[in-house]
Design a protein. Sequence first.
Lengths: 169, 119
Amino acid sequence: MTVDSFKFLPRLIAMFYRMTKREPQTPIPWTPLGRPLSECIFGLVTSGGLYPRGAGHPFDVERERQEPTWGDPSFQVIPSDIESSAVGVSHLHFNTTDVEADFNILLPIHRFLTLVEEGRIGGLAASNYSFMGYQGFPPDPTDWEERFGPEVAEAFINEGANCVLLTPA
Amino acid sequence: MPVLARTLEAAGLSTIFVTMMPYWAEKIGVPRSLAVEFPFGHSLGEPGNVEQQMRVIRQALDVLETAEKAGTIIHSDERWPHPTDLAIKAWQPEEPSPVIASLAPTFKEMLRKRRERRE
């Protein structure tokens, strides 16, 4: 089966995406795994706009409402032992009802704890990270590349993680 | 988000990206991707469907384990268990996002002009 990237997209957005011409910057980065998964410590990253209620704050969707071509580039820390009810979602580009019902569809903390119990993977880092995927129009990922991405990478490495699963929303 | 996969990989982490849009994974150049034909906001499946979520995650781990070169994209056979037209409606926000609300008239005008040129 070949996945159709446009299957669930409204026609206008699909048209705009199809007009974009872009070639990957080479070389594509590559860090070999170098060890069995049963010895790997994982970190999780999503761009679903998840945030810890109480401890953190929602992404700045109020500024986005005022300035529709701007998207909040910051990130929030989601601890692996967070209570399900403590995860909020702020994202204006998809219906957040389902992820609010079960955050594992974007940030699979509970599923990864099962994989640790099974011995399929070595462990899950204490902290996971959430971004908000809309990075303006036209999209400008400079802050992710130059500031927030490297900060998250450093935090993972300091916590002993060597693998990361990423889920866009 | 493909840019974040590249950034983390370049910093020394081995990444696996689970995406509904392999189109962008290919164009931006993601190290390792599992493509799933799921609606937006549901990269790993439906809320509460633990078996479906675990199948997708296990496939993602297999890709992480077996990919031999940067730019690998593996397509999952998982199918969304609901009709497409309903899924297209269900994933979208109740109110259009601010950028869609402000740019939709411009896009529609572009579409109309394109149609006119073709006719």
